[in-house]
Design a protein around this ligand. Structure first.
Ligand code: 7PJ
Length: 289
């Protein structure tokens, strides 16, 4: 042992029960939304059954990771209570953990983090990069749990009102570097961490595109990139399509994100993305460089 990381070490992600190899091909994270669309509070039997069935469907479609979320972070949204979030998420996590696939949970709250890790979740995907009181240490206390640290300017309730940067790519990079260091200082090994520029989170069309074009530069932080473009507003602005018509744009964005260095793409359309990446990989573009 020399103490130096092996050349492939930068492409391994320790994610709970799994050690994910990001070197050979990009991975697909399938989105499982447990937030209520209309009048319910979520967590009702019907909502839970539907979300569990969605986990099964995405796994059959070839998802490498399932990402379960109980807080809508769409622009203008307000967080649910801890009780609401737990009622939505916990039964779905318990189901997904039994499917023997890496299970990620999209949450920021230490109470929810603790409960889903007790239920066997492998990854905490935090759009607030573990900045909420207690979150960092709750994750650090579990030796193998994976984490995605994402950049957001402001909070979901107000983030799209007036996003402002002097150098969006530089500021996102500096933020991610600082959160990576904070996580490592708290005892979270770098091998457990991936980073995310947070497209659409406190960013205008121009900010998102400047960041996208500079995305390769984030690879210099030394950890793999996870990217979520699926159905986002910027794709609507670029194509003129409503949210339910953005499948092709989402697919194009996922491939462009991989071309710009992403190793995990977070998507709604798992089957289509898996197929598109099969062609990408067959063309010799899949291996990390
Ligand atoms: C993202 C996310 C993203 C990560 C959401 C939506 C909004 N987590 N959670 N990256 N987006 N890591 O899907 O439109 O971009 S929720």
């Amino acid at each position: 042992m020399t103490g130096l990381p092996s050349p492939g070490a930068a492409w391994l992600w320790q994610a709970g029960r799994f050690s994910l190899d990001l070197a050979a091909r990009p991975l697909v994270m399938g989105i499982v939304n447990t937030t209520p669309d209309s009048f319910s509070d979520g967590g009702r039997h019907g909502d839970v059954v539907a979300a569990c069935a969605h986990c099964d469907r995405l796994l059959a479609q070839g998802a490498d990771i399932l990402d379960i979320g109980g807080e809508s972070t769409r622009p203008g949204s307000v967080p649910p209570t801890v009780e609401e979030e737990l009622a939505r998420v916990l039964p779905v996590v318990a189901h997904a953990v039994r499917l023997n696939v890496p299970v990620s949970v999209d949450t920021s709250r230490p109470e929810v983090i603790r409960a889903v890790l007790d239920a066997g979740a492998d990854i905490i995907n935090d759009v607030r990069a573990l900045q909420w009181e207690g979150a960092l240490h709750t994750v650090a206390a579990r030796p193998a749990v994976g984490v995605c640290l994402m950049h957001m300017q402001g909070d979901p309730a107000t983030m799209q009102l007036a996003p402002a940067y002097s150098d969006v790519a530089g500021e996102v990079r500096a933020f991610l570097r600082q959160r990576l260091q904070a996580a490592e200082s708290a005892g979270i090994a770098a091998s457990r961490i991936v980073l995310d520029p947070g497209y659409g989170f406190g960013k205008t069309l121009e900010h998102n595109l400047a960041l996208f074009r500079a995305q390769d530069g984030l690879a210099g932080l030394g950890r793999p990139l996870l990217v979520g473009w699926s159905r986002k507003g910027t794709l609507g602005q670029l194509t003129g399509r409503a949210v339910n018509e953005r499948q092709a744009a989402s697919l194009g964005a996922a491939l462009a994100a991989v071309a710009r260095g992403a190793r995990i793409v977070r998507v709604h359309e798992v089957a289509e993305t898996v197929d598109a990446l099969k062609i990408w990989n067959a063309a010799g573009l899949g291996a990390a460089t």
